[in-house]
Write a protein that binds this ligand. Structure first.
Ligand code: ADP
Length: 482
């Protein structure tokens, strides 16, 4: 089945290396909503990846030597082209990933915003002079591009996880070799096509598809790679960190989460339900900042579960390209198996299914949006990221108790809470061991803020002026003999 694109040449079946389209189409890309094959991409291994890194290394010097304004202009051109092809990109994204088309368009806007922001930021990567310890010398600090960056990205945000990395990398003067997720390579290749049309010089941005292990092996060991920038599972993040340790590469990792979403007795309940819906059910629950554990205080517990259930009942499951659909399919069989495993474990241990709880009548990887009550800390849903449309609601009594419960995890990416009490807002906001806290909001992502985690959720920040830090090295020059 052919996608009905306005510009069909955005659908690529080759990899983009050194400014050229290479490799033969080999691996099928399927639509999770229909099972239809929508495209094919090459299966690159170690040799092809090596060549891509060599191309990025060769391009680095000239790219880094451009003035900030020259780089800014080219990156800005990329942004303009992404926006001009927003509808096609969203359609490709929905076809390979499953999220509703409106959400896919939202992701393209969000993805493009990182390119736009860093095109502007490119001109503001300033160094500094520091007070010197000697009268005859000055201390200068240069901020120079890190070098060739390896980027490995997941399927849940096929566009945004790429632009968050490529935007600041290219702005800072770095070059990049990207390996997108095997499930969603087509969005990545379409972005490469637009980078090409924008006039980004050859070798600056390269995309390779194929064997994750083989490509990952080269990206974590090639001496020219100076940093590995990864978004994905904690398990793979740890593996890449181990592999990259032999050549002491910088790491920027955005890994799994186990986000608590806390509703206090004093919260605006309707706002809390609205926040819980976007936080939990966006992308069918498949984001690393999705509420994984919902905690409602005992005074409002029943009312919260009731209102949440009423809102979840209104969700419409189906193929993301159909009008009115708010929930697409899960990405693959593995995802749906995990959801079922978490559900079974919870119900066996005493949780009650208030709504949903089964595979959807549409079949495939569609699952009913589900609400669970009577959830306790000994259940899998309390410890592991479900990454699916299940909202497990825990009951708690005190602020201290819920902060301790929220922090009782090896993860530390996003947390959310709802309260109208200003003292509590600061106590809880400061007490949560997380990289990001949404207060009276279920949605925190923006290119204007530093996104990232603590503990086993990773390190490094993406977004805002802080996002540039990962892509520059501070070089100290002592200028003496003055
Ligand atoms: P998920 O389970 O959500 O797919 P992963 O961490 O497995 O998360 O995938 C995120 C990205 O990491 C994808 O691009 C995937 O292909 C890649 N990946 C998986 N295993 C490896 C590996 N051994 N080396 C390099 N990349 C890998």
């Amino acid at each position: 089945t052919k996608l009905k694109l306005i510009d069909p040449t955005l659908l690529k079946d080759q990899c983009y290396v050194d400014g050229a389209w290479i490799g033969s189409p080999q691996t099928d890309v399927t639509n999770p909503a229909t099972g239809a094959i929508i495209g094919r991409v090459p299966h690159f291994g170690a040799d092809e990846t090596q060549a891509a890194v060599d191309a990025a290394a060769a391009a680095f010097k000239a790219w880094a030597a451009k003035t900030a304004k020259e780089r800014s202009k080219l990156v800005r051109q990329w942004f303009e082209r992404i926006m001009a092809h927003r509808d096609d990109l969203a359609l490709i994204l929905t076809a390979e990933q499953g999220k509703p088309l409106a959400e896919a368009k939202g992701e393209i806007d969000y993805a493009a915003s990182y390119i736009e922001f860093y095109a502007e930021e490119a001109k503001r990567i300033a160094g500094e002079t520091l007070p010197s310890h000697r009268a005859d010398a000055r201390i200068l600090v240069l901020r120079q591009p890190t070098g060739v960056i390896a980027a490995i990205t997941p399927w849940n945000f096929p566009a945004a996880m790429i632009t968050r990395k490529a935007g600041p990398a290219l702005a800072a003067g770095c070059t990049m070799v990207l390996k997108p997720a095997g499930e969603t390579p087509l969005t990545a290749l379409a972005l490469a096509e637009l980078a090409d049309r924008a006039g980004i010089p050859k070798g600056v941005f390269n995309v390779v598809t194929g064997g994750a292990r083989e490509i990952g092996g080269v990206l974590t060991s090639h001496p020219a790679i100076r940093m590995v920038n990864f978004t994905g599972s904690t398990e793979v993040g740890k593996l890449l960190m181990r592999q990259a340790s032999t050549t002491v590469k910088k790491m920027a990792l955005e890994l799994g989460g186990n986000a608590p979403f806390i509703v206090f007795d004093d919260a605006d309940l309707d706002a809390a339900v609205e926040g819980a819906m976007v936080s939990k059910f966006r992308n069918m629950g498949q984001t690393c900042v999705c509420a994984n554990r919902l905690y409602a205080q005992s005074g409002i517990y029943d009312a919260f579960v009731e209102k949440l259930t009423a809102a979840v009942e209104k969700l419409k499951v189906g193929n993301g390209v159909e009008a009115g659909v708010t929930q697409g399919p899960l990405i693959n069989d593995k995802a749906i198996t995990k959801v079922e495993e978490h559900l079974k474990d919870a119900t066996t241990k005493g949780a009650k299914i208030v709504l949903g709880g089964h595979r959807h009548a549409l079949g495939g990887t569609f699952f009913e949006p589900t609400v669970l009550s009577g959830v306790t800390a000994d259940m899998l849903v309390a410890r592991e990221e479900t990454f699916g449309p299940i909202a497990p609601v825990f009951k708690f009594e005190t602020e201290e108790e819920v902060i301790a419960a929220a922090n009782d995890t090896e993860f530390g990416l996003a947390a959310y809470f709802y309260s109208r009490d200003i003292g509590r807002i600061f106590r809880v906001g400061e007490g949560l061991e997380y990289g990001m806290v949404g207060i009276n909001s279920g949605l925190i992502s923006t290119e204007l803020a530093p996104f990232g985690g603590v503990k086993e959720s990773g390190n490094g920040r993406e977004g805002s002026h802080h996002g540039i830090d990962e892509f520059v090295e501070k070089k100290y020059l002592l200028v003496a003999g003055l």
